[in-house]
Write a new protein. Structure first.
Length: 320
């Protein structure tokens, strides 16, 4: 996936969250609402997160060097993981702390109408940000459900922005209900409860983000569809007798490493094998544009005496 769509969604979210954070802090200052303070910190943390995602995308473009021969593509995964940590520590934990504090020391709302106005405006602005993220995600989501998209996406920016925007909208609804019930009942406990709900929501979203980005950091291979297309490309030519095994690894959201052992006819000359490998590489790159690093090991295919069923991306074991 190209980073252009992700960057567009990130910038839209950053501009929205920066403006929203400012208005929330103003509303908190004049009203004393704990929910507004929690939401202000949430929006401020989101703004910082979007800057981190942009920084990660920029650092990932650095050219490969001796110390990092496969490049810096995984920088985007690192910064996405940092975002999940910040969302947990700054947004979630602070909101829970503030909610508990307000439960123990309730504070009546002043200028109650100001938080309600700000929350209404914030919901509208956050909806525009979410719409941008949804529109950009639809360009690459295809037929996947939203849960599948978040779990399987190799580029972390759009899933992160999507989850942040959804969490922000739900958090705003919690704040609106908490402040509204405080105004109606005159009991400031509802404002504190709304703050606790906001903090719990942020912690849950941060955990989901952390789990998904950890998987990318550890190293994920090609999808089933990509693997099938690569295998078909390898075996499409007459020069290949059998694909013995294949392994893939994402070096970054747009960089796929492919390593395979291929069986060629035993009587081929070295020059013929080299030409055949070039032909196979060309087919792989045509079938999968993200295949940036391809390593093909030629071998002589020999049928195993006791062939075992193939697992994962292993096709057949070599006899050696």
């Amino acid at each position: 996936m190209s980073t252009s769509g992700g960057n567009k969604a990130i910038i839209a979210a950053f501009l929205a969250n920066t403006g929203i954070a400012l208005t929330k802090f103003i509303a908190w200052f004049f009203s004393g609402s704990a929910s507004m303070l929690a939401e202000g910190v949430h929006s401020l943390a989101d703004s910082g997160n979007q800057l981190l995602l942009l920084l990660g995308a920029r650092k990932a473009k650095r050219v490969a060097d001796v110390e990092h021969p496969f490049g810096y593509g995984r920088e985007r995964y690192v910064y996405a993981f940092v975002v999940s940590i910040i969302l947990f520590s700054v947004g979630g934990v602070f909101s829970i702390y503030e909610g508990i504090n307000k439960l123990q020391h309730p504070h009546e709302l002043e200028m109650w109408w100001l938080p309600m106005v700000v929350l209404t405006i914030a919901i509208v602005l956050e909806s525009f940000s979410l719409r941008t993220a949804v529109r950009e995600s639809n360009h690459t989501r295809g037929s996947q459900s939203w849960i599948q998209f978040v779990r399987r996406a190799k580029a972390p920016e759009l899933p992160v922005v999507l989850l942040e925007d959804v969490a922000a909208l739900i958090g705003l609804v919690f704040a609106f209900i908490g402040v509204g019930l405080t105004v109606v009942t005159g009991n400031a406990v509802w404002d504190a409860i709304g703050t606790l709900f906001i903090g719990t929501l942020l912690v849950l979203v941060a955990i989901v983000l952390g789990i998904e980005t950890k998987s990318l950091l550890v190293g994920e291979g090609a999808t089933e569809e990509q693997t099938a297309a690569i295998i078909a490309a390898i075996e499409a030519g007459p020069e290949v007798e059998k694909l013995i095994h294949i392994k893939t690894l994402y070096l970054g959201p747009e960089e796929l490493l492919i390593a395979a052992k291929i069986g060629f006819p035993r009587d081929n000359s070295l020059a013929q094998v080299a030409a055949d490998i070039d032909a196979v590489e060309a087919r792989i790159r045509a079938a999968e544009p993200m295949a940036r690093s391809i390593y093909l090991e030629p071998d002589v295919y020999r049928v195993p005496r006791n062939p075992a069923p193939a697992t994962d991306t292993i096709i057949l074991k070599s006899a050696d």
